[in-house]
Design a protein around this ligand. Structure first.
Ligand SMILES: Nc1ncnc2c1ncn2[C@@H]1O[C@H](COP(=O)(O)OP(=O)(O)O)[C@@H](O)[C@H]1O
Ligand SMILES: [Mg+2]
Length: 149
């Protein structure tokens, strides 16, 4: 049986054993990013998406505390290259909400991380370049699998 008619996208899988380790993986990914890049971060609640973004943002020079945006869909941080952190968990339908919401966070001069991108992926792709996709899954206890492509 022919499984792949084209080479599958390259996936690197890393095992994280601590939250600090997931932050370090975020920092590693951050080093490969350039202005205008978007990183989609997927995974269940509590998987470590925000932890990953925190490590990445710190590596990009963000000095303020990075936590989940609560009253907005995102947060912008000043840094040598500005960093945006968007969390669409509560946004079931971005178009219905406000089609311009994302524009405040994504753009050619910013590096953006998006948790729960789901249906917004097309819109995200219109505003900026999706550079990486990260999937984090629970592996029992504090273990997590971090897949990068
Ligand atoms: N290996 C690990 N990687 C990431 N987070 C971990 C890990 N082990 C334990 N944790 C904990 O799991 C929680 C992950 O929370 P968070 O990053 O907010 O997840 P999400 O954004 O995916 O909902 C944090 O409390 C973190 O300390
Ligand atoms: Mg989160």
């Amino acid at each position: 049986m022919l499984l792949y008619s084209f080479p599958p996208p390259m996936v690197r899988s890393k095992e994280s054993r601590t939250a600090a380790h997931t932050e370090a993986i975020g920092a590693e990914v951050a080093e490969t990013l350039v202005p205008g890049d978007v990183v989609l971060v997927e995974g269940e609640l509590g998987a470590g998406k925000t932890t990953f973004v925190r490590g990445a943002a710190r590596a990009l020079g963000v000095t303020s505390t990075v936590s989940s945006p609560t009253f907005t869909i995102g947060q912008r941080y000043e840094a040598p290259v500005p960093v945006s952190h968007v969390d669409l968990f509560r946004v079931a339908d971005l178009e219905a909400e406000d089609p311009d919401l994302l524009e405040a966070y994504l753009g050619p001069d910013t590096i953006t991380f998006v948790e729960w991108p789901r249906d917004a992926q097309e819109e995200i792709g219109r505003l900026a370049r999706v550079a990486r996709r990260v999937r984090i899954s629970h592996g029992g206890g504090d273990r997590r699998r971090v897949e990068l492509d």
